[in-house]
Write a protein that binds this ligand. Structure first.
Ligand code: HSE
Length: 315
């Protein structure tokens, strides 16, 4: 029976300027999903490593749901046994369910001879997001599948825009180990935004996108501001503004909430500045008696889902 294993990375969704439409792939952490044909018509979760609290029923687990959706689309139900290894905490705001969903979609596509393009896999991976957190937004799954920075102007394959990246950028992520689940973090958001705020945010988004094409770090930094969501969600994150002030005082180009939180991120030019920001963020949290997990990631293209092991030859 053919076996294959894929990796897909963690992601920062929203990236301050693009609530539900923008996401960035991270290089350092992600999930692994191994698939093996099982000779049946059903899919089974046979191992869940580092995610003991996550569902393993085929209709509730994001990986088996993604595989099922692909089988339904193909009209061929070649069942698989699924082994999931979680590489970072779920509920962190770093796209945990998306990384598993993206890896599952990528692995099943390879195992079945690549019937779908990489971009087409995003819609299937989004179905994993729907079952995990109640909404099929693609701002985590799109960069997890495709890598780099992705703007999703809608949910169709043609709506996925892979943006350029400025060289030598690093992201620092800090996960304070407190529980905020995505659906709760979405419920606290107000439905209406004042027109003036929306207008300013649209301007910031446009300026941000243009900064990537023009490779203009100053514009990149001044445009990466979240006027809509941060004022509401920052209340859920201990020491948020202390961290933001400290990071911005130590050469951060931007600071914000990763996805629905509680993780936060900073962006820096060069690894040395990123390490410096990491040090000051840890200092802010030292008195807080909350466990934290931190990482430094190189940002770049081509760091999306990939095959890390296969037990059969490609022809
Ligand atoms: N865009 C989503 C949110 C990302 O902010 O709720 C979390 O999955």
């Amino acid at each position: 029976m053919k076996t294959i294993k894929a990796f897909a990375p963690a992601t920062i969704a929203n990236f301050n300027v693009g609530y539900d439409v923008l996401g960035v792939a991270l290089s350092h952490i992600g999930d692994e999903v191994e698939l093996a044909f099982n000779g049946k018509q059903e899919n089974r979760i046979v191992a869940m490593i580092n995610g003991e609290h996550l569902p393993v029923e085929a209709d509730k687990n994001c990986c088996s749901v993604v595989v099922r959706k692909m089988q339904e689309h193909l009209g061929v139900f070649s069942g698989v046994d699924i082994r999931i290894t979680k590489g970072f905490a779920s509920g962190s705001g770093l796209g945990s369910s998306s990384a598993s969903s993206a890896a599952a979609a990528f692995a099943y596509n390879e195992l079945t001879g690549r019937p779908f393009t990489r971009k087409e896999l995003v819609a299937f991976a989004a179905e994993g997001e729907r079952v995990a957190c109640g909404s099929a937004h693609v701002d985590n799954v799109a960069p997890s599948v495709l890598g780099g920075i992705v703007l999703a102007k809608g949910k169709e394959t043609n709506d996925l825009i892979e943006l350029p990246i400025i060289e030598n950028l690093y992201a620092v992520t800090l996960f304070p180990d407190i529980k905020i689940n995505t659906s709760d973090s979405r419920k606290i958001l107000k439905d209406h935004i004042p027109l003036k705020t929306a207008s300013k945010q649209v301007g910031l988004m446009g300026a941000f996108v243009s900064s990537l094409y023009d490779k203009d770090l100053q514009r990149f930094s001044s445009s990466l501001q979240d006027l809509m969501i941060e004022p509401m969600r920052s209340l859920l994150i201990p020491e948020f503004y202390e961290m933001k002030t400290a990071a911005m005082a130590h050469h951060a180009l931007a600071f914000g909430i990763s996805g629905s939180g509680p993780s936060v991120f900073a962006v820096a030019e060069g690894e040395k500045k990123a390490q410096g920001i990491l040090t000051v963020l840890r200092e802010v949290y030292r008195p807080a008696a909350i466990k934290i997990q931190t990482h430094v990631h190189a940002l770049g293209k081509k760091n999306g889902a990939k095959i890390i092991n296969r037990d059969y030859a490609l022809h």
